[in-house]
Design a binder for this molecule. Structure first.
Ligand code: SAM
Length: 177
């Protein structure tokens, strides 16, 4: 996988997620918090839309203010969008690469249940990493039929973080021919 330099020094886990974003497609940074992944994607100019989603309003407000002061001036063709709501309650259409990392299994499964069926045909790739209950996440991914029939497991990366290994899972849309 070709490594692209980013404007932030990303952790290995974030860099691995960044390296698997699909160029020329939207990026959805769910549970974005500091927003480093989405900001790196935005600044690269390689993605037409970057969406930041976090359920804590002041996180999104702060991020948006920082974005307007420091990053928006680098806009070429790319656009940024800020969503101050839980991922599972989004009704806007989601497409391109969905990233849900740095949260627990419960949050990941809630968000996937909330967005998957409405957007199944539009989401090209899911990049997922849980910080707890990996087994429960695997069971969910194996049993959530609408997802299982539309997406295939493509690869996983083991990434070191704070003395432990985190798994990053990549799922891609099954292209019907
Ligand atoms: C530990 S940070 C993870 C940040 C980043 N994704 C990473 O991997 O470093 C978790 C963030 O997820 C947000 N969050 C938790 N549950 C959420 C949900 N259901 N929808 C959207 N954001 C959520 C929290 O507000 C917090 O900012």
């Amino acid at each position: 996988m070709l490594r692209h330099g980013t404007m932030f020094k990303l952790s290995d886990r974030m860099q691995a997620a960044y390296d698997h974003l699909i160029p020329d497609e939207p990026v959805w940074d769910f549970c974005c918090d500091h927003g480093y992944l989405g900001l790196s994607a935005y600044r690269s100019g390689r993605f037409p839309e970057v969406h930041f989603v976090d359920q804590v309003p002041h996180i999104i407000e702060k991020l948006k203010t920082r974005f307007e002061q420091k990053h928006q001036k680098y806009e070429q063709h790319q656009r940024a969008f800020f969503w101050s709501q839980s991922g599972e309650s989004l009704t806007h259409q989601v497409s391109g690469t969905v990233v849900i990392i740095g949260v627990g299994t419960h949050t990941i499964t809630d968000i996937m249940r909330g967005i998957h069926e409405k957007n199944s045909g539009f989401i090209s790739r899911y990049i997922i990493s849980t910080h707890n209950y990996e087994d429960k996440l695997n069971v969910f991914l194996d049993e959530f039929l609408p997802f299982k029939t539309a997406y295939k497991f493509t690869k996983f990366c083991n990434v070191p973080e704070n003395g432990r290994l985190r798994k990053l899972l990549i799922f891609d849309k099954i292209c019907k021919i």
